[in-house]
Ligand binder design. Structure first.
Ligand code: ZN
Length: 426
């Protein structure tokens, strides 16, 4: 019996008890064949899967989840037609405030030139020359593009301004689109400071941080050979912590290095890339669980966020997710969307890469792209579907989450709800 029939026939003795209809714009998503909740509670496996379920949305939040046959009445209804429904993706690593593109650099790389990170300066020049509206239009375009592919939460970094004024405006614009803004003044040392990196670090910790902090939740450093060494990175992150920003680190992308262990030492929410890890790096990540905010103490304090779009676009070896997962490290997947080394906004693409190239199971990859991203942002209101969580979800054109990896490159997102509001169908 469909929900429509429920709403149009009188209640009979023996019918399931149904709460009275709500008066404020409630929305019922029902006829869900497979509902991924990430709310384990001992059932439904690691993704907390429920069958034949329904989700009631009110005031932008999940108000009720249960078997479709017990679903309360609602003002509006979306029939999922037996498809899979998942929490919206949480893309916890993206660089969306920039101008220009670097398609020619990508083509040169595919023709054999190595990736060094030096192209960031090309984007810095274009970003400084752009107007606020040009930057804002780019963020909006990419945010909308990501939303059509199921992303309902995105972290956005600065890092292509690299002056006090340009970093502050990058974050001001980012904050128009997300709560999770990240100050990345320490992306590279800009050309005008090439001979005096100490002076640049002093500026980042001083006037640039002061201008950026009011618009930022996080601070991040590109800790890598050719960018910032461990002493500079520690100094910058400590300054950010001192003014209340949370810590994230770009670490161990291009080679082994101190970034991951620095992140763990500082209690970073996430260390990102993690392409080249030693056993000591993995031990450090796996052994720190203090400060974990999840109810069951499952997460490591510092999440390892893997960005396979970067390895794809730089033709580099992928990180070994299996090694991290087997050691008990919490893993997130994110796009690293940026014009140089990973110009994709597609979380389904990252899931497919993670499954095919990084030895993750489809379930692990879906968890990492939803609940894992939320853990990397230390958020418990997104990345899962449970009563009180934000009503961010997607309906697939597929019967199960497996299809996200099984059918790579196919637009499988039929509908997205963000804060309970259906977005336009692509
Ligand atoms: Zn990045």
């Amino acid at each position: 019996m469909s929900q429509g029939e429920w709403q149009h026939r009188p209640v009979r003795p023996g019918d399931p008890v149904r709460p009275a209809p709500r008066h404020t714009g409630s929305l019922l998503v029902d006829n869900i064949g497979e509902l991924v909740t990430n709310d384990t509670g001992g059932e439904g496996g690691p993704l907390g899967i429920r069958r034949d379920a329904a989700v009631l949305v009110e005031d932008g939040q999940v108000a009720w989840i249960g078997p479709a046959r017990y679903a309360p009445a609602a003002d509006r209804r979306i029939d999922a037609e037996g498809a899979a429904v998942l929490p919206g993706f949480v893309d916890s690593h993206a660089h969306l405030v920039f101008a220009g593109d670097r398609a020619a650099e990508f083509a040169a790389r595919m023709a054999g030139e190595p990736y060094t990170g030096g192209g960031i300066r090309t984007t810095v020049g274009a970003t400084r020359a752009a107007s606020d509206d040009q930057l804002r239009d780019t963020v909006r375009r990419l945010r909308d593009e990501a939303m059509r592919q199921g992303t309902t939460t995105v972290e956005i970094k600065s890092g292509y301004g690299l002056t006090v004024a340009d970093e502050a405006r990058s974050l001001r614009i980012a904050a128009e689109f997300t709560e999770d803004t990240t100050f990345l003044g320490a992306h590279v040392v800009p050309a005008e400071y090439a001979d005096r990196p100490d002076d640049y670090v002093g500026m980042v910790c001083g006037p640039m941080l002061a201008a950026a902090a009011p618009h930022a939740r996080w601070i991040d450093v590109f800790c890598e050979r050719g960018a910032f060494d461990v002493d500079h990175a520690r100094a910058i992150l400590a300054c950010g912590q001192a003014v209340g920003l949370g810590v994230r680190v770009h670490a161990n992308q291009l080679g082994p290095g101190p970034g991951v262990q620095l992140g763990v030492e500082l209690g970073a929410a996430s260390v990102d890339h993690c392409t080249h890890l030693t056993d000591a790096d993995i031990d450090a990540l796996a052994s720190h669980r203090v400060g974990c905010m999840c109810p069951d103490g499952r997460h490591t304090t510092t999440v390892a966020t893997l960005l396979p779009g970067a390895e794809f676009s730089t033709r580099s070896p992928y990180p070994d997710a299996r090694r991290l997962l087997d050691a008990g490290v919490t893993v997130a997947l994110a796009t690293d969307c940026n014009p140089g080394s990973s110009y994709t906004s597609s979380m389904p693409f990252c899931i497919a890469l993670a499954v095919r190239e990084m030895r993750m199971t489809p379930a692990e990859a879906v968890w990492a792209a939803t609940a894992g991203g939320a853990a990397a942002l230390r958020r418990d209101d997104v990345g899962r579907l449970a009563r009180g969580a934000r009503a961010d979800l997607m309906i697939l054109d597929a019967p199960s989450h497996l299809h996200l990896a099984y059918r790579p490159g196919v637009p499988l997102i039929r509908q997205v709800l963000h804060n309970g509001v259906p977005q336009c169908r692509p």
